[in-house]
Design a protein around this ligand. Sequence first.
Ligand code: TMP
Length: 219
Amino acid sequence: MNGIFITFEGPDGSGKTTQLKKLGEELKKLGHDVLVTREPGGTAISDQIRSIILDPVNEEMVDQAEVLLYAASRAQHVHQLILPALEAGRIVLCDRFIDASVAYQAYGLGLDVDKVKAISQYASSGLEATRTYILDVPVEVSLARLHHRASGSGANAQQLDRIEQKHVDYHSRVREGFHQIAADHPDRVKVINANRSEEEIATEIWSNCNRLLEEHFSL
Ligand code: TMP
C-alpha cells in the first residue's frame, strides 16, 4: 500500500476536526491527493449506523451493541473507502479510528481492552494508522467548549449527542484512556497540547506531518 493513513483523536471538544480540515487543505495546496473522512461515518451505510449510535433517543443501548455498531460502521468504511484510497496512493485523514473505540468503549465504559481491540481489528482487517495525533485538553475545557457550542444559536448551534451527554467521570476515563494509548504506541501516536491557539496547534501538527511525508516519500 502506497498511501499514508493519518488519524486524529481526542475528547469531544478538543478541536481535532478543525485541525484535521486545516491539515487537509494545506496538503491539497501542495498538490497531494487527500481523502478527508470520519468515523463513525464515511460511507452511506456507516453514516446510517452513526445516526443510530449517536441519537440521544437510544438511551437504552447496551454497551456490547455500542461496541459492535462502531465496529460495523468501521468495517464498511475501511473496506469500501479507506483501503481503496490507500491502495491508490492517497493520503487519508480520518477523524477518529480504532483508538476511539479503545478510549471510549474500553476505558470509558469499562469493557475489556483486549476484546475491544480484537473486535476493532477484525472490523478493519488489521489496518492501523501510520500516524495518530491525539489532541489533549483538560476535561473541564473540552466540556465547556461543548456546552458553549450547544447553547449557541444560529448555524453553529449543535445539540449534544448521546456520547457527549455522558457524565464528567466518563469523559475523564476517556482522556486517561487516550494517555494510555499514547504511552503504549510512542512511535505511532503524537500527543498535541490542544489547550492553545488554533495556529500554534496547526504549526506543531504541520511540522510533524512534514517529517512523516519526507520519510514516506524518500523510501
Ligand atoms: P465525533 O464527535 O468525533 O464525530 O465522534 C462521535 C462520537 O462517537 C464521539 O463522542 C466519540 C464517539 N466514538 C466512540 O465512542 N467510539 C468510536 O469508535 C468512535 C469512532 C467514536
